[in-house]
Ligand binder design. Structure first.
Ligand code: PLP
Ligand code: ZN
Length: 419
């Protein structure tokens, strides 16, 4: 295995480095000082990555949650609720039904606002404080807006969120609303919302906290660090494969960066890097298309539809960072139907793990790849579930059993139970 997108050490820290941290273009290698000016992308138009002149080893980590890994982050602490330290569930029935050596579920729905977005926000909002901005903004399929609203509230900074009208699950809008975000319902899909908020950010109207912002991905890297540490503790080895739902592909990019940094630091053998395996919904699968066709870029899908609204995205902004991650780790990408997603959501719920539809895509994708023989029986697999069941109560109620009306007396209830 060879990881061609390098990171950190082999390049000397440029003049742009502040406390050993800088931003570097993934294409042209141009570097920028991280906190002198507000910048999301390189002048050449490509994505930026956060770089460090010193990468940590496992013994540099202490404490719990995202900030346990501060040695791998730009700051020692952030605006925290706190986040991370999520469970790595055992799911024995699902494990034997899928037919793999081991299956664990990393439930990111257990973060403070119910999704992994909190990991990115604790770092991103800290950076916003460093830059001294007074308004934070994001486009969102829901969870980013919930996280931004909560972390913005905690930091005492105004928040603005752009949502695709009618396409955001109820729990997420409720969160953004109560945490005090100004919510704009846009007549368009997520990709349109992101185009608009990027324009607003470019015009200096707000600080952008979508995953285009490279600091978000730093926080999300900690998912990988937690998985590796917990898996090693339980099995004495790292997982062979990590399966995750893919929308904007920020998490895929973040996990890949996590692995590259560990390899560069000598903390992970390159042959132990888990295979990154992305799952999309059939109605919104530009990453799967790019992997299948061997393309370096995704084609923008203008019409996207799926019950998994959190990954209803046709133009994944982090594709240039994530596609090499899937390829170079020996992973793959697969699309699943809404029905397969709902089945997987029920199967997870049957193990006590309550997730929203997008999250269940990881398990649905693993099932499909195992059936196809693309995942082997002797693999140790971790599926990432990205958001909590209560995020989308309508989807949960539709997938679950219907409440049964009964009379208001015990005899009537007993009679009903005997039917
Ligand atoms: C944001 C989100 C995703 C997509 O993650 P990316 O990093 O954009 O690929 C998947 N599931 C849930 C629940 C999310 O909130
Ligand atoms: Zn560049």
């Amino acid at each position: 295995m060879e990881l061609t997108l390098t990171t950190g050490r082999e390049l000397p820290p440029p003049d742009a480095a502040e406390d050993g941290v800088w931003l570097q273009c993934i294409d042209c290698d141009e570097t920028y000082a991280p906190f002198d000016e507000i910048r999301y992308t390189c002048d050449c138009g490509s994505l930026l990555e956060v770089r460090y002149d010193d990468l940590p080893d496992w013994d540099d980590f202490e404490g719990r949650g995202v900030w346990r890994y501060s040695a791998a982050l730009p700051f020692d602490e952030g605006v925290s609720l706190p986040e991370g330290d999520t469970p790595l569930h055992r799911v024995p029935r699902l494990e034997s039904a899928v037919g793999v050596e081991s299956l664990r579920v990393k439930h990111e729905g257990m973060n403070p606002t119910g999704s992994f977005k909190d990991r990115g926000m604790t770092v991103g909002v800290r950076v916003a404080g460093e830059l001294g901005v007074d308004r934070l903004a994001c486009a969102s399929t829901g969870n980013t807006s919930a996280a931004l609203a909560a972390y913005g509230a905690r930091a005492g900074v105004e928040t603005l969120v752009l949502l695709p009208a009618g396409k955001v699950a109820a729990g997420k809008v409720a969160q953004a609303s109560l945490h005090g975000a100004r919510i704009l319902e846009v007549d368009g899909n997520f990709d349109t919302c992101l185009d608009i908020v990027q324009d607003l950010a470019d015009r200096g109207e707000a600080y952008l906290l979508n995953s285009l912002n490279p600091f978000r991905l730093e926080g999300q890297k900690t998912i990988g660090l937690e998985i590796l540490e917990a898996h090693r503790e339980d099995y004495g080895e790292y997982p062979d494969r990590i399966v995750l739902p893919v929308g904007n592909a920020g998490n895929t990019a973040a996990l890949y960066k996590c692995f590259r940094e560990l390899v560069a630091a000598g903390a992970l053998d390159v042959d132990d890097v888990p295979k990154l395996t992305g799952v999309q919904a059939e109605g919104a699968a530009p990453m799967v298309e790019a992997i299948e066709e061997g393309n370096d870029e995704t084609r923008r899908w203008d019409h996207v539809e799926t019950i998994a609204t959190a990954i209803r995205i046709g133009n994944p902004v982090n594709a240039p960072k994530a596609l090499p991650g899937i390829r170079e780790t020996g992973g793959t990408a697969v699309a699943v139907s809404d029905e397969e997603i709902t089945d997987a959501q029920r199967a997870l719920a049957g193990e006590g793990v309550g997730v929203e539809p997008a999250s269940a895509a990881s398990v649905a994708g693993l099932r499909k790849l195992r059936e196809r023989g693309d995942v082997a029986a002797d693999e140790r697999v971790v599926c990432l579930t990205t958001g909590h069941l209560l995020k989308d109560p309508d989807a949960a109620a539709a997938a679950g059993a219907k409440p049964q009306p009964v009379p208001g007396d015990t005899d009537g209830v007993l009679a009903h139970l005997q039917d």
